[in-house]
Design a binder for this molecule. Sequence first.
Ligand code: PEP
Ligand code: MG
Length: 540
Amino acid sequence: MITISGKSVFGGVSIGKILFYQRNDKVIKREHVDDVDAEWKRFQDAKDTAVDQLKGLYEKALEDVGEANAMIFEIHQMMLEDLDYLESIENIIRTQEVNAEYAVATTADNFAAMFSAMDDAYMQGRAADVKDVSERVLNILSGADTGIKEMNEPCIIAADDLAPSETVQLDKSKVLGFATMYGSSNSHTAILARTMNIPAVIGLGEDLKAEYNGKDAIIDGFTGTLYIEPDEETMKAMQEKRAKDLEQRALLEQLKGKENVTKSGQKINVYANIGNVSDLGAVLKNDAGGIGLFRSEFLYLENSDFPTEEQQFAVYKKVAESMAGKKVIIRTLDIGADKQVDYFGLDKEENPALGYRAIRICLTRPEIFKTQLRALYRAAVFGNISIMFPMIISVNEVKKIKEIIAEVKEELKSEGIPYKEDVELGIMIETPASVMVSRELAKEVDFFSVGTNDLTQYTLAIDRQNSKLDEFYDPHHPAVLRMIQMAAESAHAEGAWIGICGELGADLELTEEFLKMGLDELSVSPSMVLPLRNRIRQCE
Ligand code: PEP
Ligand code: MG
């Protein structure tokens, strides 16, 4: 048995086989081949296998996410049959007498560069697709495991680290747990683990090796331990621990339908954070009073091109309707920093967390922003939707947002499309600047929601993605708590309400303090709703 220690990001015990996520980032070598006919045939066979895989993925996606979203796999099939693409590969193999891998990689690079250079945003987006399909063929040619996209049975996903774009591709019903070498507890993969209610351990370091792929393992999410090929004694102890945990969760079940109220009668709203329509089940199951943060950027991360107004409208409408009149706070897209999307064509930046992200993209590319706002104002007719804007630093930004909203409403009106006139508007308090001008900001909006993940990062000047800095990343730092207090005082002085939607909202050690500050709402991962309710009910 091998025991590896890391950091827990979500409790619970999971038992299963390891699936080590292999990123195909090996260097493609240019090799001479004598038999070019055989090499061309080798490519064609790999391409046929890729087309078959894509057909399977199309069928699966059709069932899981509907035709509009499944379409991408059809487009990928067509790309693999594209005559120019095939001609380029054949030419390189035959004229240069080289291996198929080299011909595919070179063609992919050339085509991607050509698409990226086009003016049309749709065509620019095809650069990522041509790379994706070519990668699929390269994986088949080299016999590499295609990683976690095609899981046959539930397993523990191990990886060096997982980017949000990789995590969203997972078949979540088959993930028993996460175990990663790196990553920080505020990374989006950690947040996803909490949303999905699955045990996760990060920061296991170099001891977690790719060669453990396929081996039996146990994650003890309470202690942050990963056991590879556990001995009988450990297996028995962990099975018992798992049973106890399930029992504890059953006890929490009894809190369903109860109020979030302290012993002295102070009430607070407890809402849930989601990234996806598929998280709705967890929200309802855990009896959240509403949705305090819908990270709408996951819609963009899951797509291979800008989601259309209709696509977004359908998603927001579904969420609003499913919540049946309960509050649903949708955050406008927060792309940038660790959440990168190829088709946005963003430049590489020296300091992405301090860079071109979130509202800064929306205000400078209003066509993207307007599409989202149109979908939101239309969907608001179907439920209790509020809209919230991320990464705000000034009153001026809020004024600009309101001007764009006025234009959107005017356009919808003149087109005769139904929309809701008065939608509650809020901003995220994620920057020290927004705290310092919170009194002025509170005059402009209906509510604040404190994004403590970013607020901690920017207040302490500590990159939330950098696991080396975890020992310095202290969300209980008095500077962070005073920032929250100050924002709360400003909000209440101007008649606005305030909540927390960052991970700190679920920190049960701080619940009492948040109640004392008079916060109106805490929005947490669905799995934390009942433990938080339990804690609130214990407070005086
Ligand atoms: C935050 O910063 O606390 C937040 C809720 O937003 P995200 O984690 O998506 O950046
Ligand atoms: Mg944030």
